[in-house]
Ligand binder design. Structure first.
Ligand code: AMP
Ligand code: GLY
Length: 424
């Protein structure tokens, strides 16, 4: 099978590793890929959705796997399906579950899916949003409704803060079009976890639950980021809790989407808040999570390509993969200053200490090649990941941090507490 993987981050590096292990694979292309995926397939310097579709037609691609949300929300899957090219990823109308938070909240309300109470306001409803916030309890959560790379969410402790965020969105459009509508949401207490449901639109299979670390600082302090590290499995998601997630959240969501004429094929990412054994939805994403994918995929054995291909073709093979009894911890090595301003272009050394076949996997995300050198080229630079074949997060964490101690670049920054919640 010839497979084209779309994307360039750590998540795509993890997907590329798993896809390349399949006996079904003939050729793997990654568009545009990164220096990590270069070793697993052919990186293509094509970027636009139209160029990708044209390549798939000319080079007889049997399956396209789309990593990031932006091409999905822009309709890459619709275009591929129009040419009968199987694609793992939803059409644009189903990708709205991530691309438009006000739609996602509306859907959850209509289909009784547990989540925080909310109200949505558009730019021309400034006055009513302010009046609403005057009487709301605090903290309150305000979210830009559109795509904002995980950075559009503010937790406001006072009315003044909330007003400021509303103005940043409506008057200054800090997230561009994404700011034209906001969702004002009740604050939920609890612990977070991420569950991926692989689905053909009707049937689904859940992968081991993971926990992300969204804040930049230790002990969940500071700004929200794309994710500073992850571990799996997340012990907070017990078997009985997962059953609840399946029956109260995933099943009705897929059914609801299908009833609205927006059948969802791909990976439904469920961001959950768990309090007293009850799960509520924080957010849905229309794709695999980053960095959760980097810890979930190493815990799968079997044929991952077969799983995705079967989902893309509307005939999910639930037995294509199994989960190993193991643990995985990923520590993101970032550029100091991220998620705000940071410098890049520093040489990364120490990568040759690892061969990516053993218990340590170094995922590339914001890197670039420069001759024989690898340079930092983004906010989140590497995902330093340890995988062990026993359920022991403490040991797994220790191995991940031993590994990151062997990697250097000038402004490296990472959290020191990845997996601590799971260990406790
Ligand atoms: P989101 O992009 O919607 O996942 O939000 C980013 C992060 O903000 C989440 O991972 C949570 O840590 C936090 N968050 C979002 N919504 C809520 C909420 N209603 N209550 C508490 N925390 C929230
Ligand atoms: N790790 C959060 C996300 O992928 O959205």
């Amino acid at each position: 099978m010839n497979v084209l993987l779309v994307g360039s981050g750590g998540r795509e590096h993890a997907l590329a590793i798993k896809l390349s292990q399949s006996p079904l694979l003939e050729k793997l292309y990654i568009a545009p890929g990164n220096p990590g995926t270069e070793k697993l397939g052919i990186n293509l310097s094509i970027k636009t959705n139209d160029d990708i579709v044209n390549f798939c037609i000319s080079d007889k691609i049997d399956l396209v796997v789309v990593g990031p949300e932006v091409p999905l929300v822009e309709g890459i899957a619709d275009k591929l399906r129009a040419h009968n090219i199987p694609v793992f990823g939803p059409n644009a109308d189903a990708a709205m579950i991530e691309g438009d938070k006000s739609f996602s909240k509306w859907l959850m309300e209509k289909y009784n899916i547990p989540t925080a109470g909310y109200k949505a306001f558009s730019k021309d409803e400034y006055d009513s949003s302010i009046n609403y916030l005057k009487t709301h309890s605090y903290p309150v959560v305000i979210k830009a409704s559109g795509l904002a790379a995980g950075k559009g969410v503010s937790i406001c402790n006072t009315f003044e803060e909330a007003k400021h965020i509303i103005e940043d969105n409506f008057n200054n459009l800090i997230f561009g079009h994404a700011s034209e509508k906001v969702v004002v949401e009740e604050f939920m207490n609890g612990e977070e976890a991420s569950v991926f449901a692989i689905t053909d639109g009707e049937n689904f299979v859940c992968l081991p639950a993971a926990q992300d670390h969204k804040r930049i600082g230790d002990n969940d302090t500071g700004k929200n980021t794309g994710g500073m590290g992850a571990y799996a499995p997340a012990p907070i998601v017990t078997d009985s809790l997962l059953k609840k997630v399946e029956y109260k959240i995933i099943k009705p969501t897929l059914k609801g989407l299908a009833s609205e004429g927006k059948k969802f094929v791909g990976c439904l990412y469920c961001g959950l808040m768990i309090e007293n054994g009850e799960p509520k939805v924080v957010e849905f994403n229309c794709r695999f999570g980053d960095p959760e994918t980097q810890v979930v995929l190493p815990l799968l054995e079997g044929d991952f390509l077969k799983l995705l291909y079967s989902a893309a073709n509307g005939n999910l093979d639930r037995d294509a993969v199994k989960f190993i009894n193991g643990s995985s911890v990923c520590v993101v090595a970032a550029s100091k200053g991220y998620p705000d301003k940071f410098e890049k272009g520093f040489e990364i050394t120490g990568l040759n200490n690892f061969d990516n076949d053993s218990e340590i996997i170094i995922y590339h995300s914001g890197t670039k090649s420069d001759g024989n050198k690898i340079l930092s080229n983004g906010g989140r630079v590497l995902g330093v990941t340890s995988v062990i074949k026993e359920n022991n997060l403490k040991l797994c964490k220790q191995k991940a941090y031993e590994a990151i101690n062997n990697i250097f670049f000038e402004n490296i920054y990472y959290r020191r507490d990845i997996a601590d919640k799971g260990i406790k």
